[in-house]
Design a protein around this ligand. Structure first.
Ligand code: C2E
Ligand code: CA
Ligand code: CA
Ligand code: CA
Length: 276
């Protein structure tokens, strides 16, 4: 038993070592990839449930890796998040989104937004405000055209600083969306203190809208949103029956594979032109 115990300890530390090594390699690789422009933003429509028209696009990163091929974010965002490299990656992608917006705004007259996911790490430092200021100036973005998605846990860690940062973005009408809403801690008490604008109901709640049955939690979130004057987006809509329920509950915005998957910019613009 003793040797087995020792063996287990050794096995554990070896696997830990491999894991750390893997993470370190991935970090270096991400840095290299930023330099080589291997990250591409895909765009998924956020539509008005009433008529299916596009209100915004969520930007979702994809990695064209020279050896690994097409890589989705779940395999590298968590590592970037842990190492802090996410700061650099997010800014790189925000700039890409701003470039895309500038390009689209030249040809598309109907208003729409691009919403970009960023780590809550940015909400611990006022530098983020000047970065966004610069983006708005450099790419001559229209007010309200860029939106930020963030998960709530990082915001409540430092409420007053987060509030300052969100207020610093207000001159550009940058809207703040709480992503994955309903998961995590959801200390509802802070919601009215934060100057946010949009709640995105997590897919797990939408999954429960099976067979045309409503989920009381979704209804509760919608009621809460009305009283706080927040917009609501339901994410991860995969079935018509889910969309039908959302229509009945007066959820304004939706997103999901049922209607459209994330797509490259060239396809997204075609989609937008067909769903204005
Ligand atoms: P998220 O922000 O919650 O994004 C929604 C995820 O659900 C996306 O996965 C999207 O492709 C997927 N999705 C959309 N509709 C459906 C549906 O109907 N069914 C299903 N099963 N999935 C759907 P993706 O693109 O793999 O991104 C995963 C996560 O990676 C994102 O979750 C976000 O947390 C993170 N992420 C993606 N892009 C970025 C980025 O540019 N920056 C940062 N910081 N994080 C990002
Ligand atoms: Ca998101
Ligand atoms: Ca989400
Ligand atoms: Ca998520």
């Amino acid at each position: 038993a003793k040797s087995l115990g020792r063996g287990q300890v050794q096995f554990f530390s070896e696997s830990m070592r491999q894991k750390l090594k893997g993470a370190a390699l991935l970090e270096t690789d991400i840095q290299r990839a930023i330099q080589h422009n291997e990250f591409e933003l895909y765009y998924q429509p956020i539509f008005r449930i009433a008529d299916g028209s596009v209100a915004a696009f969520e930007a979702l990163v994809r990695w064209h890796h020279p050896d690994k091929g097409f890589v989705t974010p779940d395999s590298f965002i968590p590592v970037a998040e842990d190492s802090g490299l996410i700061m650099q990656l997010d800014l790189h992608l925000l700039e890409q989104a701003a470039k895309q917006l500038q390009c689209w705004q030249k040809t598309i007259k109907t208003p729409f937004r691009i919403t970009v996911n960023v780590s809550s790490r940015h909400f611990a430092n006022l530098d983020f405000v000047s970065f966004i200021d610069n983006l708005y100036q450099s790419y001559q973005l229209k007010p309200g055209s860029l939106c930020i998605e963030i998960t709530e846990s990082g915001l409540i860690a430092n409420l007053s600083l987060a509030t300052k940062i969100i207020e610093g973005l207000a001159p550009h009408q940058v809207k703040l969306c709480l992503d994955d809403f309903g998961t995590g801690y959801s200390a509802l008490g802070y919601l009215h203190q934060l100057p946010i604008h949009v709640l995105k109901i997590d897919k797990s709640f939408i999954d429960n809208l099976k067979d045309g049955k409503n989920n009381p939690l979704v209804e509760a979130i919608l009621t809460l949103a009305v009283s706080l004057e927040l917009d609501v987006v339901a994410e991860g809509i995969e079935q018509q029956s889910q969309l039908d329920v959302l229509k009945q509950t007066n959820c304004d915005y939706g997103q999901g594979f049922l209607v459209a998957k994330p797509m490259p910019a060239a396809e997204a613009i075609l989609y937008l032109n067909e769903h204005k």
